[in-house]
Write a protein that binds this ligand. Sequence first.
Ligand code: SAH
Ligand code: SF4
Length: 440
Amino acid sequence: MIPKETSVFLQTYGCQMNVADSRTVESILLDAGFRSVGNPDVAEVILVNTCAVRESAEERALGQLASLSRLKTQDGNRIIGVLGCIPQEMKDELVRRLPFLDLVVGLDEYRQLPYLIEERLAAAPGQPAHVAAKLNRRELYDDVAPHHSGGITAFVTITRGCDKFCSFCVVPYVRGRERSRPLVSIIADVEQLVTKGAREVMLLGQNVDAYQWDGKSFADCLEAVAAIEGLQRVRFLTSHPQDIHLRIFEVMRDNPKVCPYLHLPIQSGSNRILAVMNRGYPRERYLEIIESAREIVPDLALSTDIIVGFPSETEGEFDETLDLVRRVRFDSAFMFKYSARPHTKAACMPDNVPETEKIRRLEALISLQKRISRERNLAQLGRVDSVLIEGVAPKSSSQWFGRTPDFRPVVFSQNGEMPGQVVRVKLGELSGFTFRGHPA
Ligand code: SAH
Ligand code: SF4
């Protein structure tokens, strides 16, 4: 028996998939009678959902975990557990490095959490960590509605895992095989979120374009979700150039609820590097997709992911990445220095671009992209667009914060509106990357 209303603090690192997984974990725990708290100092159970995709993200999560040893020393009965990608990647090392841990629980074992915590609460302090980190290709958490605490935007996972095995990426090893959730359960989740106040939903998967269920494709899924009454907007993340289908853009064009925004990682502008990365497309194919997409949806906003300093990347090959960025003119980009990840193919290649050179390339790329992002934003000034109000602006309690359909952040003065409402706003001055809106 779980002591009544045992308090849990859950901290999340990493991508939106991890955030969505944390909502699933919360749902499992709250259903089992736990109570969620916002401060680790007062929690009887502390869980950290971790990310292993890049070395820096992993180090951050491990640093946070190490700092929790203080809370364990204060109260030996407190349970500390690690969830997410790190348990899959290095369970034994984790237990060796952080001997105070109670639980190490992998991505497909969250249903067990209430029992594992219960067992641990009943055990004498000082036991070695309980490790449960088997992958299960059938686990979709399909019957667990993600917990929603009333926000305007919500995440819904539509595919789990990944089968692409890009040579730099640890995801297929930690998140397991690619599988799609039944469309009926996705619809049920979104409907339930709408009744709880959500107005925008972000459909998530490592590669949403691979979605496949009972003859339904990702474009079918988008259409079906957009048809849900009460929902204002549908977004999705992440697309893959190998699997993306132009019908997605037709659905976007024909359905105003599907936001004109595409996150399509390119990773490199060099065909040789793309081949060694095992990405499955040359740069010409990528450019072709962008051209067709922009023909169908002219006001499409675009973002991407790029890695610099991949093993053996030459200066000339990095220049090809800069050239591609200049050609496409992304609205924004997530740019990373390559770091070797365990289990991956690239980890067997010599990591031979010196650190100083990786930093130089990253800085050059960021500065180019910043200039392009700013130019693309400046081109929007004066435009009138719909903004979905997400809540109070972080820096001023008399202003609202919201986004345009193409994901541009806007703040504007409150005038009797409510979160969840869509208002017409004229995009005025820019402060950093955020627009100041004016009544239209
Ligand atoms: N499914 C998405 C990416 C998920 S990981 C896709 O196919 O693009 C998020 C991003 O992290 C990747 O797009 C990549 O740019 C970056 N990344 C992944 N592994 C990395 C590594 N070993 N070093 C640096 N960046 C990495
Ligand atoms: Fe990783 Fe490639 Fe899968 Fe994206 S598509 S999660 S980069 S293996």
